[in-house]
Design a protein around this ligand. Structure first.
Ligand code: CTP
Length: 401
């Protein structure tokens, strides 16, 4: 959740400033863009150069150190941030923020920013219990600031008690969990219909034709859509994949014909339809009621075409953003583009059979109806699903749906 986020790390003057170095390093490693702001007292404990090296960004120490005449530094960095974390937060910086005082770079930026602010206090046990500090923290909490409580233990001042800066890993965990909970829900209010898994075409009571699809990709897409706030229905062919997500409705089907019926049932009310299922193109012309007995010589089973569900949906779609999948062994882009056009899709996810089936990872190319092409790198099916949902969201916005 902190990946690609712009994070201000505010370091105020306490001995725990040394732990903020590890925090800067771990945030950077987690993929965040980190800019450190140090108070004057923080610089008594750690050198700005340490933070510069760890964050790979210049460190801000002085409100009036304006490096770029085009910008006002404290407003620029305040606007840039998605998240601000003050660690360690002394009683002084907490008091200044609660009192609306802006007399150095950190306190000024904190008043100017609209980012989510997380405060990790660290101070002497008696200071932490002082009514002024308690009042200031209460006031900030009321205004929507988030506190990461200090741990109890041996304090540098010699006391044992509450006031020790929370460990950097724990600070990141709390931020990530909170960001996740309050995360954007770009598909809130949208109904998403997904098809997943193989279909099974019955020959007789013990035999069927099917394929190697597991349903993992389809269910990963359903999970990603639910995480983005959508109300999700999965029409699933026989698959062992389960979902615990209460926002996902599962409709189990066996054959291509049953999948056709259920997809058409849910289609009219849907906003986004993603056909990840590997549907059988043929089924036995005759389904035997009794188990077929073997005979001398070869056996021929006559197959007939099933309905192309996706194509039939493409013919009747109005508001729906319709996404198909293409599983290929050769010329993936060419065949995928043909399917995109022929089936009247808004986008297609193209993958190679060798990479897509059975495993827990995938690698794909997403192409929209404007022939805009995006490569989705090798990743877990959950990650690939998230990217697909993000691209659909992007394209729906572009089409103003
Ligand atoms: N599809 C479908 N109904 C079918 C066959 C395929 O809805 N009877 C959908 C799949 O769910 C997928 C897309 O069509 O989203 C492409 O499936 P794929 O098997 O790659 O291609 P086909 O259209 O079957 O074409 P071909 O067999 O020639 O590759």
């Amino acid at each position: 959740m902190v990946q690609n986020k712009n994070v201000i790390l505010g370091v105020s003057g306490g001995i725990a400033a040394y732990k903020a170095c590890a925090l800067a390093s771990k945030l950077t490693q987690a993929g965040a863009n980190v800019k450190v702001i140090m108070t004057e007292s923080a610089r008594e404990f750690v050198s700005p150069l340490t933070f510069q090296a760890l964050s790979r960004n210049p460190v801000y120490t002085d409100t009036f150190d304006e490096k770029d005449p085009e910008k006002i530094a404290h407003i620029d960095v305040a606007d840039w941030a998605d998240i601000a974390v003050i660690a360690p937060a002394t009683a002084n910086i907490i008091g200044k923020l609660a009192g609306g005082i802006a007399d150095d770079m950190l306190s000024t930026v904190l008043l100017a920013t609209r980012a989510s602010v997380y405060i990790a206090p660290a101070m002497n046990v008696h200071m932490y219990a002082h009514p002024a500090v308690i009042r200031n923290m209460g006031q900030l909490e009321e205004w929507g600031y988030h506190f990461i409580e200090p741990g109890a233990g041996y304090l540098a001042c010699g006391y044992v008690g509450k006031g020790r800066l929370e460990e950097p890993e724990e600070i990141i965990k709390v931020i990530e969990e909170h960001q996740h909970k309050s995360g954007r829900q770009p598909l809130k209010g949208k109904k998403v219909l997904v098809s997943a898994g193989p279909t099974r075409e019955v020959i007789d009571p013990v035999r069927f034709f099917s394929n190697r699809s597991t349903g993992k990709m389809g269910f990963a897409i359903a999970e990603a859509a639910a995480e983005a706030g959508a109300e999700v229905t999965v029409v699933a062919g026989p698959s062992n994949v389960t979902t615990e997500n209460g926002l996902i409705r599962r409709v189990d089907v066996i054959s291509a014909e049953e999948m056709y019926e259920q997809m058409h049932h849910y289609f009219p009310a849907s906003d986004i339809v993603i056909k990840a299922a590997a549907v059988a193109d043929y089924r036995p012309k005759q389904q035997h009621e009794e188990k077929m007995k073997k005979k001398e010589g070869d056996l021929q089973i006559e197959l007939e075409r099933t309905k192309d569900i996706l194509q039939s949906l493409g013919q009747i779609k109005d508001k729906q953003f319709l996404v198909g999948f293409a599983a290929e062994t050769t010329n993936p882009i060419e065949y995928g583009m043909q399917k995109l056009k022929k089936k009247n899709l808004d986008a297609i996810v193209i993958n190679m059979v060798s990479a897509a089936f059975e495993g827990d990872t995938n690698i794909a190319t997403y192409i929209n109806k404007h022939s805009q092409k995006e490569e989705i790198e090798l990743a877990s099916k959950a990650e690939v699903a998230k990217e697909i949902i993000a691209l659909i969201e992007r394209d729906m916005k572009g089409d103003r749906r």
